[in-house]
Design a protein around this ligand. Structure first.
Ligand code: KG4
Ligand code: ZN
Length: 338
């Protein structure tokens, strides 16, 4: 294996992540700056503020990685994500690569997530099914090899992380809502509400989560007291009912995907893969199930440096013309040698 040391830069949304990954030694250094406090007061990510904050933080964070590393290439997230935020990372990455005389490569954010279980030093054997669950994506993908992806199903409306965030907002919880809903759910019992399991009785592997969000909205409106408040136990019960419906739905579709394809292994990645109920439910399936380490479920620079190292070491690098692809289907990727 040819050694290769890569600086990775992630700026697709509201986390500024930088890291250095060495193919022989693994992760050498990393920094992560979350803009959450900046966006929380608006209840969601404000794209213009995100771009400005990435520009402000990138160079100081890269400096903090230390200057003792000889870098062989620079990888950055070139999509999917917020256009301005992507351009901030792409510009810095390509400027540094040019200045250092090394190649730059724009990588796919979801491929970064997909291979994040390898960051813990775990082996991941191809082929497998990937369940990608983040704030922007809910996808089941058949992964034959690195860069060989076939989309099996996806959400026809809200992504699952987005549904968590919207449910949190309806319950008066702070942004990002996923971890807040999950925390509250541990104290609740949502059985009495009869939350639906969307699309499980239809054939196919697509998902729909906007109905669950509407179910929560209707419940919240019905259950408010005369002061317009929801009591704490009721909120916990709704959170638990919602989470259980999401977890059941995802589990049913994962089982179906494994059965239909005959694959024996499942890799789960993206921000929602940090959810403990989801982990427990998927782990009880009759399959080999792998997750990223908790710290690498949500956005980070390490996963970008890591996937960049594979592809740059294989000789892949950017041509001069493009830098950011806000919309980018994972299935357009090809193996690094292709
Ligand atoms: O992958 P990620 O960091 O960013 C995107 O690429 O979108 O995922 C962020 C999403 C948010 O919607 C957040 O609420 C959700 O992941 N999330 C969770 C948990 N931790 C993060 N959802 C449910 N349970 C969690 N523990
Ligand atoms: Zn992500």
């Amino acid at each position: 294996m040819q050694n290769f040391r890569v600086l990775g830069i992630e700026t697709s949304c509201d986390e500024t992540g930088v890291a250095i990954y060495d193919r022989e030694k693994g992760l050498l250094a990393e920094r992560l700056y979350s803009q959450i406090d900046e966006h929380a007061k608006y209840g969601g990510v404000v794209p213009e503020l995100a771009s400005r904050d990435h520009i402000r933080k990138l160079i100081p964070l890269i400096r903090e990685l230390g200057d003792a590393h000889k870098i062989d290439g620079v990888a950055y997230t070139s999509g999917p994500g917020l256009a301005g935020a992507l351009l901030a990372g792409a510009s810095v990455a390509r400027g540094l690569a040019y200045g250092w005389g090394v190649p730059a490569l724009g990588v796919h954010h979801m491929e970064g997530h997909l291979l994040a279980p390898l960051l813990a030093g775990e082996q991941v054997e191809f082929p497998f099914i990937a369940l990608l669950v983040s704030g922007g994506h809910t996808q089941l993908v058949d992964v034959e090899a690195l860069g060989k992806y076939r989309l099996l199903g996806e959400s026809v409306d809200d992504a699952v992380g987005e549904a968590f965030d919207k449910t949190a907002k309806l319950l008066g919880l702070s942004y990002p809502g996923g971890p807040e809903v999950a925390k509250l759910a541990t104290q609740g019992n949502g059985d009495r509400f009869g939350f639906p399991r969307p699309m499980v009785n239809r054939p196919g592997l697509d998902f729909s989560f906007s109905g669950l969000k509407t179910f929560v909205r209707t419940l919240v409106e019905k259950q408010r007291d005369s002061n317009g408040e929801l009591n704490k136990q009721l909120k916990a019960d709704i959170a638990q009912g919602f989470e259980a419906a999401v977890v059941d739905t995802l589990t049913i579709k994962c089982k179906r995907a494994l059965k239909e394809t005959g694959r024996k292994a499942l890799v789960v990645a993206g921000g929602v893969s940090a959810n403990r109920s989801l982990r427990a439910s998927l782990q009880s399936m009759d399959a080999h199930v792998q997750f990223p380490p908790m710290a690498y479920c949500t956005d980070n620079g390490a996963m970008i440096a890591h996937v960049g190292a594979y592809r740059l070491a294989a000789g892949q690098h950017d041509q001069a013309e493009f830098m950011a692809r806000p919309r980018w289907p994972l299935t357009e990727l090809t193996p690094p040698s292709g």
